[in-house]
Design a protein. Structure first.
Length: 186
């Protein structure tokens, strides 16, 4: 009887390890190394998620390279990532807004509304690497305009990557199961 218990424990352990390995391999492409898209010229650079230092630097670099003359930042209402706390929000060619809901779908619904109001045909969307695939999915599902999603590297440690695998996977399921955010309610 004891030998069966040891065998069962070994089988369960090996099954869990194999499952973790399969999940890690399946998530490598979309979360760690999403395919790069050609940036090209655009009408707008849109920074989604918190406008952390790395995303601000890439946005400024792209604007300096004249990829687009105008930028839009999704910002919090208060705190370090709010319009009143971010110096970039005071620059003349930059707009900062707090989309509602303050989610990826809300940010992309806001882009739809902003693009219609500002004659934006092509947008470069900046987000961090693990978020690229889900952002692309929601854009394809909910945004009628032309947009390219650019991965901005951030220093993530192993624990961050593990958390992002779980978070992004669950958020993909939510994005798949729920409708697009309604831009007319923003």
């Amino acid at each position: 009887m004891r030998a069966l218990s040891v065998r069962a424990a070994v089988a369960i352990t090996l099954t869990l390890q194999a499952s973790i390995g399969v999940a890690a391999c399946a998530g490598f492409g979309p979360y760690v190394s999403p395919p790069a898209e050609a940036i090209g010229d655009a009408d707008l650079i849109y920074v989604i998620g918190p406008p952390v230092r790395e995303r601000v630097a890439v946005e400024r670099e792209l604007r300096a390279e004249r990829v687009a003359d105008r930028s839009l930042y999704s910002v919090g209402l208060t705190g370090g990532y709010s319009a009143e706390e971010l110096a970039v929000c005071a620059e003349p060619q930059v707009d900062c807004a707090h989309p509602t809901p303050f989610t990826t779908k809300g940010e992309l619904a806001y882009l739809k509304q902003y693009a219609a109001e500002h004659d934006v045909e092509r947008t470069v969307v900046l987000t961090f690497t693990p978020h690229v695939a889900r952002t692309r999915y929601i854009l394809d599902k909910c945004y009628p305009g032309d947009a390219v999603v650019v991965a901005v590297d951030q220093n993530l440690v192993l624990a961050d990557w593990i958390a992002q695998y779980g978070y992004q996977s669950l958020a993909f399921v939510k994005a798949w199961l729920t409708p697009c955010a309604d831009a007319s309610r923003l």
